[in-house]
Design a protein around this ligand. Structure first.
Ligand code: SDX
Length: 397
């Protein structure tokens, strides 16, 4: 079923649809992709294997994985005209603005993707998007710092290839610490899908009109950009850096978040579905230590992690937060890892989009593969005027 809108007593419209991809139990803090607990996938899998699982519903055999990985590897290149397109943005354009524009523009290069009822067309579009997001992301970063674009290297894995395109320069190839590659791959796994969140619902709604998958994914990127959603990881680091630089006690910020007259919120805290600890946050917080180890004692990010842990410790004991079931969410610690990897702040949500594109595509393919798929058409509760007569301009006061 595509989706229908139901109104709960609070008149909060909640969109809901049937899906077999991701299961969340917000009260118990459970997250599973195609039935596999996120903790086991984080421990044993990798992003490419998780992409296959989300798209096709089963863990791949070795040959299936090799074939899928080869397809992704061989679709990482962008049309050369895209270099000029990315290069045409102002140097200070937010990379998410570039992602929205360039991903949508892919529809102009792959017109064949408009036949969305052909399963082969859908699969090719999905592989192209998963493969090209890292290239577009890295090029938007290179554009912002005035360095030459770096082409994909087919000999590298997904995460390593992205880091290569981000940090290599013509005169020197970037060779990441394997622990850094593993940490980025973990971030990608944990952000890959999350049921009917705002951006996934946006992709479903857009795709339901039979629009190009590139247009639907571009719409999802736009929705993810907001600070209440995927933009929170960037906002968390800004919050932690403010706290560290202010010299104020952490308690001051917890008190601010409770003050109704102050619109201040603890970024990275709270969740519409999780009324328990976000299982992804628990996994990421542990991974922070491994990544910070690569930077050695006294690195500048340890203070951010210590501040985040202190914030969590105080908030979780506070009645205001307990009464509202406010716990750290996926964004609370992820930024510390991204910072430690060397990812610039304005690229944090781009990494989220790079990871989530497979979730968006899985939902899009599930929806478009349903023979009963129909366009989503939300209704409303009308709260405006009842019928009234028109008043001529000369009679209006
Ligand atoms: C993601 O949907 C998904 O699955 C999203 C995501 C995914 O993987 O796709 O998990 C990714 O978007 C995670 C969320 C990232 N956003 C943030 O961290 C921003 C900070 N968090 C909040 O803005 C808020 O918690 C939301 C947006 C995440 C959830 O908002 P809700 O469910 O609409 O909760 P609410 O705004 O109705 O708040 C309920 C109460 C309010 O107090 P009262 O009016 O009842 O007195 O909790 C308070 C809020 O003021 N509250 C917070 C708070 N979040 C909610 N108070 C302080 N700090 C916070 N962070």
């Amino acid at each position: 079923a595509l989706g229908y809108f139901t109104f709960d007593p609070g008149f909060m419209a909640t969109a809901s649809c049937e899906s077999a991809i991701t299961f969340i139990d917000g009260d118990k803090g459970i997250l599973r992709y195609r039935g596999y607990p996120i903790e086991q996938l984080a421990e044993n899998s990798n992003y490419i294997e998780v992409c296959y699982l989300l798209l096709y519903g089963e863990l791949p055999t070795q040959s299936e994985c090799d074939k899928f990985a080869a397809s992704i590897t061989h679709h990482t290149m962008l049309h050369e005209a895209m270099r000029r397109f990315v290069g045409a943005f102002r140097h200070d354009a937010h990379p998410m603005a570039i992602m929205v524009g360039v991903v949508g523009a892919l529809a102009a290069f792959y017109g064949d993707a408009s036949n969305v009822h052909d399963p082969a067309v859908r699969e090719l579009a999905a592989h192209r998007l998963i493969a090209k997001m890292p290239t577009i992301a890295a090029w938007s970063y290179k554009h912002s710092i005035g360095e030459p674009f770096v082409y994909p290297d087919n000999n590298l894995g997904f995460a390593a290839n992205f880091l290569h395109m981000m940090f290599s320069v013509p005169s020197e190839k970037y060779v990441p610490d394997p622990r850094i590659v593993k940490a980025l791959d973990l971030i990608l796994i944990l952000h890959a899908d999350h049921e009917q969140n705002a951006s996934t619902s946006t992709v479903r709604l857009t795709g339901s009109s039979e629009a190009s998958p590139f247009a639907a994914i571009s719409a999802g990127i736009g929705s993810l950009w907001g600070p209440s959603h995927g933009g929170a990881n960037e906002a968390v680091i800004r919050m932690l850096e403010d706290i560290v630089h202010s010299g104020n006690p952490v308690q001051h910020y917890v008190d601010r978040a409770k003050d109704k007259d102050d619109r201040y919120r603890l970024m990275g805290f709270g969740h519409r579905v999780y009324k328990n600890y976000d299982p992804r946050a628990r996994i990421i917080s542990k991974a922070c230590y491994e990544v910070l180890e690569t930077l050695g004692e006294g690195n500048e990010y340890q203070q951010l992690l210590d501040t985040a842990m202190e914030l969590e410790r105080i908030a979780l004991k506070d009645d205001y937060f307990k009464a509202r079931n406010l716990y750290p969410n996926v964004d609370f610690y992820s930024g510390i890892i991204l910072r430690a990897i060397g990812i610039p702040l304005n690229m944090f949500t781009v990494i989220f989009a790079m990871a989530r594109v497979v979730g968006w595509l899985s939902h899009w393919m599930e929806m478009m593969g349903d023979p009963n798929a129909r366009i989503s058409r939300p209704r409303q509760l009308y709260t405006g005027y009842d019928e009234r007569e028109y008043v001529g301009l000369d009679k209006r006061s």
